[in-house]
Ligand binder design. Structure first.
Ligand code: SAM
Ligand code: SF4
Length: 435
């Protein structure tokens, strides 16, 4: 979602006449688009701002702006943390960036640089931005912003506001336009796509109905992220049993395998309910991937073993595993102390990583011998090779020429490992016999 916001920032600047620089050292303006879901975002900003401060010595006209979640939360405090920051913009103030640049420039020209800032409260409407898309064949499309779930560990509702859904007509028009432009894949974005429409008070506006309407648009691939086990419905799951353009990949965070920890996290489902959804999806050929947090304050060794058991049974195609990081402002931050020591979090993380690696390896080996459709994304690390993704979101490497980038090709899989799949592209041999 942050990458897509950056496409919005690039579009706003392009509209104001700015050109992209290939390196911060050659830029007149540098923007940091920040996220504060995990770890130490402020430390990162200060250290990166230090790098820009060095560049400013060579180019005194260089301006640094900071936006995204951290700017939305900390506002003018950011100026106190790093003198290299020239302006700060909130999550809903992206279209004001050109004005802020001009203001910062004028203040500097007058010899009295000050705090240039636009941080409004998150509005009810999603900001309309002229996206400058990074790819000519894959596009991200926002369907919701914000989140009203308030999981106890999560900062997202506080930094991005409550759930706001775009109207289905606007989404369908955007995707139709992308299809007409020749895009091959659209990825729908929302913190919890299954909650789409719940704020719009029209019972017909649901995620399943939106997906069904999108299957009518002639675009080869529709993806979405993230799904939520509490809100995913049978209608959405049923769409995977049909032949349509909905790709067979669901990223659905489980966070923990312990019912007690899930309750403390305010996730709204149990381990067995989650496993049932996974089973229903996998029976329809869906590759399910997940997020897990280890070291939540109430997670005991017993609870952790429940997560190990869940990972063994769910056989995810992949998993992002995080160490719990207390986020000031969240329910868990005030309710619990960060009691699990870092070494213990690290130990649990490594156990799950090793287990998931083994499962990913085994699952990828099962693909050997299959011929799969791949959207070619770009060159692979090895010269002469390309990389792309299957419909179910596995990475595939194969030999081919760069004119295939952006195309859908068929690849026969010869190898599968934890790193992904490898194979050879199928060429169609056609004989024309003139009689
Ligand atoms: N909305 C998605 C969902 O509920 O499935 C998750 C979005 S969140 C931005 C991405 C992931 O970051 C979460 O699934 C969770 O695993 C992780 N995360 C969020 N807050 C965290 C925290 N305080 N500490 C560690 N990991 C966290
Ligand atoms: Fe955060 Fe929970 Fe919303 Fe996901 S569903 S963004 S974890 S509050």
């Amino acid at each position: 979602m942050n990458e897509h916001k950056s496409e919005g920032m690039a579009g706003v600047l392009a509209r104001a006449g700015y050109l992209p620089a290939d390196d911060p050292a050659h830029a007149d303006v540098v923007l940091f688009n920040t996220c504060m879901v995990r770890e130490k975002p402020v430390h990162k900003i200060i250290s990166e701002a230090g790098v820009i401060a060095q560049l400013k010595k060579k180019n005194p006209n260089l301006l640094l702006g900071v936006g995204g979640c951290v700017a939305q939360a900390l506002k003018e405090q950011l100026f106190r943390k790093s003198p290299a920051i020239d302006f700060v913009f909130g999550s809903a103030n992206i279209s004001e960036i050109p004005r802020l640049i001009e203001q910062a420039r004028q203040q500097r020209a007058l010899g009295r640089p000050g705090w240039v800032m636009a941080v409004d409260k998150i509005p009810d409407k999603i900001e309309d931005l002229p996206f400058l898309r990074a790819s000519r064949f894959q596009a991200k499309v926002t369907i919701t912003e914000g989140c009203s779930n308030f999981c106890s560990f999560c900062i997202v509702p506080y930094t991005t506001g409550l759930l706001r859904s775009r109207l289905p007509g606007d989404i369908l028009a955007e995707v139709s336009e992308l299809a007409a432009q020749g895009y091959k894949e659209v990825q729908l974005l929302g913190q919890n796509v299954d909650s789409y429409g719940k704020d719009l008070k029209d019972p017909n506006i649901t995620f399943a109905n939106l997906l069904r309407a999108l299957t009518e648009i002639p675009i080869p691939r529709i993806r979405f992220t993230s799904s939520h086990p509490q809100d995913i419905t049978d209608d959405v799951i049923a769409l995977f049993g049909e032949e349509n353009n909905i790709c067979e990949h669901v990223h659905m965070a489980v966070q923990s395998g312990s019912d007690k920890v899930l309750k403390d996290m305010r996730r709204g489902y149990t381990k067995e309910q989650f496993l049932q959804i996974v089973k229903a999806l996998q029976e329809r050929g869906v590759n399910v991937t997940t997020d897990i947090i280890v070291g939540f304050p109430t997670e005991t060794e017993e609870d952790f073993q429940e997560t190990v058991d869940l990972v063994k049974r769910a056989r995810f195609g992949g998993a992002f595993i995080f160490k719990y990081s207390p986020r000031p402002g969240t329910i868990a931050y005030y309710k619990y102390r960060d009691t699990v020591p870092d070494e213990e979090k690290q130990r649990r993380l490594e156990i799950l990583l090793a287990l998931q690696k083994q499962i990913t390896d085994e699952e990828n080996r099962k693909c050997v011998g299959q011929t799969v459709e791949v959207l070619v994304e770009g060159p692979a690390r090895h010269p002469g090779f390309l990389m792309g993704k299957t419909r179910d979101n596995r990475t595939v490497v194969f030999e081919g020429s760069s004119d295939l980038i952006g195309e859908l090709v068929h690849v026969t899989i010869t190898e599968g490992s934890v790193a992904g799949l490898a194979g050879f592209a199928c060429t169609v041999h056609l004989s024309l016999i003139h009689i």
